[in-house]
Write a protein of this length. Sequence first.
Length: 318
Amino acid sequence: MTPEATTLWRRIGRDLKMIPFQAPVRPRPLFSTFCGILFAVSTCLAGFVAQAATPSAQLRVSRAPYYVGIPMEVQVHISGLSRDPEPTCEGEEPDGGSLRFIGLVPNISTQISIINGRTTRSENVTFVCQYQFTPRREGRIRLQPFRVTQDQTRIETTAYTVDAEGLKPDPKLQLRLRIPSEPVFVGQQVPIGIEWWVDERLQESIQSYEIRSELFDDPDTFRFLPDERVPGTQQTLNIQTSQEQLMLPARARESQRGDNRYVVISSERTLIPLRAGRFDLQGATVNANEVTAWRRDLFGGRRPASTRPIFAQDSDRT
């Protein structure tokens, strides 16, 4: 090809690139256009609205064995409800145990995905109602179905049966509630005390403990003056009630009983009776976990490898 022909061909190609190209447009029927728009809108809405799941409630409890006087964890897992309003949980306290509501825990997660230009948004809403159940006698104890309510929606869990075993009191633990033996009067300020005796060999082996007494769990009958801090010490004695954990200022001392030496943690309070009557109190209890084996962590520190429950109970009081 001559140079003149080559130059002409390049000029023709450049001119062709500058010519706009339009594909022929075929008219679409109005009905087809409307259906296409409707389909696009419905597809978009489907991408942003998550399909509602069927509401359900599942009961979950901590693993056996279960022991008299030792609290166990009970949870109601709820799914398929809206995020608002928060649901309410109701549980019937069974014969032979005490049931305490801890709180409601919401869990809301949102996931957005884009595939081929289509946006899909899904929301997962769950709730957990947390309870604490403490068996008060040996044998089979039936937990009735828990009820969950949100607006007009009502669902229930299944029932559950607990087989509670009794623990023999461990001589390495003792608990004493000191209250006057003579009658007291309504409005009288009455000094009382509680002492927890722990064998000194258990000082490093007690992982956790819980002390309970009906005396501290009846605010309509017994009121206590505010506790005064013990100067020069940060020691506390923790008492668990159905509503909260009391951290009482305490003192620690050593005491000898027979061939055994004990660390005695004691706390003093001032009680005010609010109504007259005779009140029979079950013996105060202490439940603890004793570490029976240890392991080393990555930094050489000791960590509990296994534990066993131990128990002690004071005599009944009036």
